[in-house]
Ligand binder design. Structure first.
Ligand code: GCB
Length: 618
């Protein structure tokens, strides 16, 4: 390792430690963390109508002239004096409201294209219970957010797609309280993603908001999985992992009980509050798409307890095969953005998820790539229940500032938050570190380090990334991207027949990859639903289906192909798609239009999946 490389790694390691400190640590200070399993706890929902005020750029209510967060403006939630001295000029009490969870863009026509700061406020009643602590849980706020409870700042968070929890114990009082949250959706050059994206930058409190009350010492993180052996062993019924307790003295007893599996163990916390455990089930029905069996897992420590539903399965790679519970699998999937079908806006309700999973079932899919960022946790819960395998990704999309340590630190935070939220979901088999990044040495170092971090945090899953390139050389495509070296499974994106070459060129295209399993993670063409014409006429349903048909011919010629995910299940909003009448602000590569109309391409893929006609598991 060169000196430059090692000092860089050291800098990254230090930053990582600092970032890590925000989601671990035993502390008497108010804690900013991420509570695993929040959706398994009884919470006080803060969903509903919140007052809002718009703080247009340069957002002088939120930022001081030198860019600091201003704690003395709207956060104070004062009311203007109508007589007497002049005090200030805002008032949440008489301001209109936005529904939470929800993006502001689809709720207020004037805010449709707004990408700045919006302030949210609501009152709530609360009766603190003795010997408890309370956290403000924010399921997602895009992109940066700052929260105050009763005028005290309790949280700052960057990253639009992962949850966070801020301790509010000391600032709550019995009776009426109020909360103010400023959300800034401004795109940042050094953000993740960066400024250029091909999806809609929905702003606001886009997922559930709640208060979570826990005992003084409480479970904040846990990992319960089938013990990972050197090779798959059908007789293996060992379950292992850890339960982490905040503010537990060393030696605190933690119980892990899986009644249906006849498995129960008591473990002890170490000095860091961590209780590693191992237990043996009588027998196990392993989780798979065919048998998506979930076990009730009861965790308890002192006064705290929670019950999750967890599936146990083994996923690994054997040369160019992907093995699920020892059996080779072929993934028939599709990509998905977190955009609600029909109503539009961010996906964040049970109904949205039911509609999307209905489409997946109809398609005979056993796999979904949740592009390009973590989606609502309901999606992984549904995937666990319905037996759909999941690719989960952080928003390292195309060009981000790969040369900056502070951007790497952000990526690590997002990766940790994604893994922490979803590590107990059996459906999730891939952590993807990126999508379509430029092949540069800085990029490769950044993503190689990130992949190692993902492996360190979770050695039980497969690491992947969606790669773009190579350029075609005659009838040959040779993927020699050095990033492949660090991946367990190669994701390959390509748009032969749309952005390059012709649909027919795919028939004789020959791909060369490193000897690893390959998933064709994006391919497709645009079509406006109801627009018909010749197979060579762009934006027609006929052409979209024709491109996919030729893709299937090409895909069948890739021996190490282990999965496919056409781009994309439904048309989705993208501000860069501006051909009137054909796009109207939508990327039209959906198999289904945004209003739910199925295009010819849907039927084509559906038939191919029903017949298992695209690829082989080995
Ligand atoms: C891609 C990107 C995806 C875009 C898609 C397109 O390669 O990964 O985010 O939306 O192509 O339609 O151009």
């Amino acid at each position: 390792m060169s000196h430059a490389r090692s000092s860089r790694s050291l800098r990254f390691a230090l930053l990582t430690l600092l970032v890590g400190a925000t989601i671990s640590a035993v502390s008497q200070q108010p804690l900013q963390t991420l509570l695993a399993g929040v959706d398994r706890r009884a919470v006080t929902s803060l969903n509903g109508e919140w007052h809002y005020l718009v703080d247009q750029a340069p957002a002088r209510a939120l930022y001081t002239a030198d860019g600091q967060i201003n704690d003395k403006s709207y956060a104070l939630n004062e009311h203007p004096n109508l007589v007497g001295r002049h005090n200030q000029e805002y008032d949440f009490a008489t301001a209109p409201t936005l529904r939470v969870p929800g993006d502001w863009n689809t709720q207020v026509p004037q805010l449709f294209n707004y990408e700045g700061v919006v302030w949210y406020q609501r009152d709530f009643d609360f009766q603190p219970k003795p010997e408890t602590r309370t956290f403000l849980h924010i399921g997602a706020a895009n992109y940066r957010s700052h929260a105050w409870v009763n005028q005290k700042r309790v949280c700052d968070h960057e990253g639009g797609y992962t949850p966070f929890d801020c301790e509010v114990t000391a600032v709550l009082h019995p009776g009426s309280n109020f909360i103010v949250i400023a959300v800034d959706a401004t795109r940042l050059q050094d953000g993740i993603p960066s400024v250029g994206i091909d999806w809609f930058n929905y702003g606001g409190l886009t997922r559930d908001v709640s208060l979570v009350t826990v005992p003084h010492a409480f479970i904040d993180d846990y990992d319960v999985h089938l013990a990972h052996r050197a090779s798959f062993d059908p007789a293996n019924t060992a379950i292992t992992g850890y339960v982490h307790i905040v503010d537990a003295p060393a030696g605190t007893a933690v119980t892990i009980d899986i009644p249906e599996a006849g498995a129960r163990a008591t473990a002890q916390t170490d000095a860091d509050g961590n209780a590693p455990f191992r237990l043996n089930a009588r027998q196990l029905t392993l989780w798979s798409p065919e048998t998506p069996h979930l076990y009730k897992v009861n965790l308890s420590a002192g006064q705290d307890a929670l019950t999750d539903e967890i599936g146990f399965r083994d996923v690994r790679v054997d040369r160019t095969r992907i093995l699920l519970n020892g059996k080779p699998v072929f993934l028939q999937g599709v990509n998905l953005h977190a955009e609600a079908p029909v109503r539009g806006g961010r996906t964040n309700t049970d109904e949205d998820v039911a509609t999307l999973f209905g489409y997946l079932k109809d398609l005979h899919a056993n796999f979904v790539r949740l592009a390009h960022y973590p989606h609502d946790e309901r999606m992984e819960r549904a995937a666990d229940r319905d037996g759909i395998l999941v690719w989960s990704e952080i928003p390292n999309w195309q060009r981000i500032s790969f040369d900056k340590p502070e951007v790497y630190a952000k990526a690590v935070t997002m990766l940790r938050e994604m893994i922490r939220r979803d590590r107990n979901k059996a459906s999730v088999i891939f952590w993807s570190v990126s999508n379509e990044t430029p092949n540069t040495p800085e990029r490769t170092r950044f993503l190689t380090d990130l992949a190692q971090e993902a492996r360190r945090l979770d050695p039980t899953r497969l690491i992947t990334s969606a790669i773009i390139g190579p350029r075609p050389n005659g009838q040959a495509m040779v993927n020699d991207d050095p990033l492949c070296a660090t991946l367990d499974v190669i994701g390959q994106n390509e748009y032969i027949g749309w952005y390059e070459l012709t649909a027919e060129d795919a028939d004789s295209m020959r791909w060369t990859f490193p000897q690893k399993p390959v998933i064709m993670s994006e391919f497709g063409a645009e079509a406006k639903a109801g627009n018909h014409g010749d197979v060579h006429q762009r934006w027609t349903e006929e052409q979209q289906a024709y491109v996919l048909q030729h893709q299937f011919v090409m895909l069948r010629n890739i021996p190490q192909l282990r999965g496919v995910a056409p781009w994309i299940l439904t048309d989705f909003r993208s501000p860069t798609r501006n051909i009137p009448r054909l796009q109207d602000g939508y990327n039209r590569k959906g198999l289904i239009a945004e209003d739910g109309t199925k295009k010819q391409a849907f039927t084509l893929v559906q038939r191919a999946y029903a017949e298992h006609a695209i690829g082989k598991a080995e």
